[in-house]
Design a protein around this ligand. Structure first.
Ligand SMILES: Cc1cc2nc3c(=O)[nH]c(=O)nc-3n(C[C@H](O)[C@H](O)[C@H](O)COP(=O)(O)OP(=O)(O)OC[C@H]3O[C@@H](n4cnc5c(N)ncnc54)[C@H](O)[C@@H]3O)c2cc1C
Length: 434
């Protein structure tokens, strides 16, 4: 007799915070049997940037579950309680928890969620129309063995990957690396004679601040170079933060695509700038270091675009730059170069290869429904929900952890065809629509 394969209601690709939240919110539901595959051997949230002293840019209430159901056992407060840290957390009196603690909290949740499987990479995906299910090929990262799983629906939570300009990639390794690898290169930095950070977002600022703290004891020259006109602060006023609300997502979604692209391009400071507290820390350190008669062995350079990196005779690197207002070129030598050049959405090949299944826009981006499903060429009851690479459709809050639970509420309600997690119609004070 032919053995019938198990068919899951939902298979998830990737276990970052977005899918981990979905795993936690769907665990109590009897009508959702889900399995989430993660290629890393264990949950790790941006390990290269878990610098001591860095903190979350969202309040701890943006944990995996609280915004949908504060009684869910995977809440941050339950993690604190189960770890016997209620009083220290109570006396801490902070909403913005350390980034290292957020990672530890997610690891605590991931270890208990049996639907999350680690060390498994999803490498293939097809829709079997006759059987109305997806066939998912999963490679065991240790043994390389490939196994097939079946699901009625999928959810992509593949996040983002670091971006390095081509000229940096050419010399990558050793002394040239992305901020995402900062902590694994920390000792090399301490022993270097000179270090240069290129870029001026939050990761650049946190890296620079950490190196600045250690600069005098490390004895290295430290430079910070950016193409931007300034080391600009992130827009963090309470009314600006309302752009990271379901209400703004709803408003943004219905705009024409061209208008969405223009608006998003102008919203850089909502998510690309530097937190005020980080800028303050840096300024205070610079001031402290400048006290007395010591020369400050630190440089901050704006309006300076880096167009090339070459290895030089002294074993370090030479950056070729251009002042973008005066249009004059310059060279800059440094033993270590840290590229704080951001991240881009990661869309696995097996998704981009689904050319006949999905609908793509003129820019080659997938189209997404308002309730976070990839638009398919043929109407279909097998859905592919998506968390990653949706800023062009859902706007500036797409990667914001404060919206992750809301998105998962929408996904779960759609998947179960029930109002499992009710949504509020109005969540903020201001109106974005007419
Ligand atoms: C340093 C840093 C700090 C940040 N801090 C904040 C913050 O404080 N607040 C905030 O709102 N946002 C923050 N963000 C933005 C953000 O939301 C997150 O980066 C978050 O990690 C995104 O979660 P995710 O689940 O979408 O993806 P990711 O965390 O990127 O996880 C995706 C996972 O999918 C896995 N994967 C990919 N392809 C496959 C495959 N084929 N098979 C199996 N697994 C696969 C990857 O290994 C990865 O673990 C920060 C970003 C960075 C880089």
């Amino acid at each position: 007799m032919e053995q019938r394969e198990k068919v899951y209601d939902l298979i998830g690709v990737g276990v970052g915070p977005f899918n981990l939240s979905l795993a936690a919110l769907s665990e109590p539901l009897e009508d959702v049997e889900a399995l989430f595959f993660e290629k890393q051997p264990a949950f790790e949230w941006h390990p290269g940037m878990l610098i001591e002293g860095t903190k979350m840019q969202v309040p701890f209430l943006a944990d995996l579950v609280t915004m949908a159901d504060p009684t869910n056992p995977y809440s941050f407060l339950n993690y604190i309680n189960k770890n016997g840290r209620m009083y220290p957390f109570y006396f801490l009196q902070r909403l913005d928890i350390p980034r290292r603690e957020y990672n530890d909290y997610c690891q605590w949740a991931a270890e208990q969620l049996t639907s999350c499987v680690f060390g498994k990479e999803v490498v293939g995906l097809t829709l079997e129309e006759e059987k109305s299910l997806y066939v998912v090929e999963v490679r065991d990262v240790g043994t390389q063995e490939i196994r097939t799983y079946f699901a009625e629906n999928l959810v992509l939570g593949t996040g983002s990957v670091p971006v390095m300009p081509a000229s940096f990639r050419k010399v990558e390794g050793g002394g040239v690396f992305h901020t995402s690898e900062f902590l694994s290169h920390y000792d090399d930095c301490r022993n270097a004679e000179s270090i240069t950070v290129v870029g001026s977002g939050q990761s650049a600022a946190e890296t620079f601040r950490e190196l600045l703290k250690e600069q005098r004891s490390g004895g290295y020259r430290l430079d910070w170079i950016t193409r931007s006109a300034g080391f600009e602060s992130m827009e963090e006023s309470k009314l600006s933060l309302e752009h990271f609300s379901p209400d703004y997502v709803d408003y943004f979604y219905q705009l024409p695509q061209k208008q969405k692209d223009d608006i998003f391009a102008g919203q850089g400071l909502y998510y690309k700038g530097i937190s005020n507290h980080t800028i303050n820390d840096i300024y205070n350190l610079l001031y402290e270091h400048s006290v007395g008669r010591e020369t400050l062995n630190v440089g901050l350079k704006v309006l300076s675009e880096i167009n090339g990196v070459e290895r030089n005779e002294s074993g370090g690197y030479t950056l070729e730059g251009r002042h973008i207002q005066k249009d004059e070129t310059f060279s800059h030598d440094s033993e270590v170069i840290i590229a704080a050049t951001g991240y881009q959405p990661y869309v696995p090949d097996f998704v981009t290869e689904l050319t006949d299944l999905l609908v793509w826009d003129d820019e080659g981006r997938y189209k997404v429904t308002e309730d976070y499903r990839l638009v398919q060429q043929k109407p279909n009851s097998n859905h592919i929900y998506v968390h990653s690479g949706i800023s062009h459709t859902h706007g500036v809050g797409s990667t914001n952890l404060g919206l992750s639970v809301h998105r998962n509420k929408v996904i779960i309600n759609h998947l179960t065809k029930r109002n499992v997690y009710p949504l509020n119609e109005t969540n903020v004070f201001q109106t974005f629509d007419v």
